[in-house]
Design a protein around this ligand. Structure first.
Ligand code: GLN
Length: 284
């Protein structure tokens, strides 16, 4: 029988797990400890605060310890909790897909602003489906297609679309592979863009857990832009737009690529941190 000292109350376990996660180099250790405990107990944070003295059951304790252990190995919180918010919508995530980033909301906003409310759109590299689904949700009159080479990603993206009640058409394949002879009014892509040599310098959450094929953009990170840009005119209607998310320091190179390929009305848009994040142009 556990005595008072050994009883793990909400408050005690939070203090203990925070201390453990700080040791492991996790930045928001207290907050993340609270979120994981919320998930285990089925409470919101206010619910935790009014239950500080509540002892955890053995099952709750085991579930929580498992989560904290995983986080201590620097597995991303989003894979442990199974979801990430993007454009105000909750997306299920798994290690098969990149975790949606808030920076990518700029890509969606710029695309929506240029789509004119309807037409046909294509998202190259669907991942969790965050961009594809957000476009379809913001543009209910548009037809939104997406392509990805990973069947696991496509299954998850379809699940996310179904849960959020939006219709998208998903295709398995490489880039324009499934779209011979098809043209779109707007094409977006957030392709893998990390230079291969930089991969090992990324934080452990990304380097050790996020899918490499969603990150690795080749020697200078620009491989996918070199594949997509020259092929895009064959898949765009007259006046159609091509928009990319880019990595830090890549905007100028991609902008130039678009210009050389005959795109006009070139633009660059910044993310909330002031970094050039989205590059696009129009085929006239
Ligand atoms: N389009 C998805 C996203 O923005 C996947 C991107 C990727 O895997 N490179 O999250």
């Amino acid at each position: 029988m556990a005595n008072q000292q050994e009883t793990w109350t909400v408050l005690r376990i939070l203090a203990r797990s925070k201390e453990f996660l700080v040791q492991k180099g996790v930045e928001n250790a207290r907050l993340e400890s609270e979120w994981m405990l919320c998930a285990v107990l089925g409470l919101d944070r206010m619910g935790l605060y009014v239950n500080f003295d509540k002892p955890l059951t053995d099952v709750e304790l085991a579930g929580y310890r498992d989560m904290v252990t995983r986080r201590g190995r620097r597995e991303p919180l989003q894979y442990i909790l199974g979801s990430q918010e993007f454009m105000g919508m909750e997306f299920e995530v798994s290690p098969a897909v990149l975790i949606p980033r808030h920076d990518t909301e700029v890509l969606v906003a710029e695309a929506v602003a240029r789509a004119g409310g309807e037409g046909s759109l294509l998202d190259i590299g669907v991942g969790s489906g965050c961009v594809t689904v957000a476009l379809a949700s913001a543009l209910p009159k548009a037809t939104v297609s997406g392509v990805d080479s990973s069947p696991q990603a496509l299954a998850l993206a379809q699940k996310n679309a179904d849960k959020l009640g939006v219709a998208i058409a998903l295709y398995e394949g490489s880039l324009f592979g499934p779209f011979t002879g098809r043209r779109f009014d707007l094409i977006v892509s957030n392709p893998p863009y990390i230079p291969t040599a930089d991969l090992e310098t990324l934080q452990p959450e990304v380097r050790d857990y996020e899918p490499l094929q969603a990150l690795d953009g080749g020697a200078d990170g620009l491989d996918f832009y070199r594949l997509i840009v020259p092929a895009a005119p064959g898949h765009l209607s007259h006046g159609g737009w091509l928009l990319f998310e880019v990595g830090i320091g890549q905007a100028e190179a991609v902008r130039e690529m678009l210009g050389r390929t005959g795109f006009s009305e070139l633009f660059v848009a910044k993310d909330p941190n002031g970094i050039d994040r989205v590059v696009g142009g129009r085929l006239l």
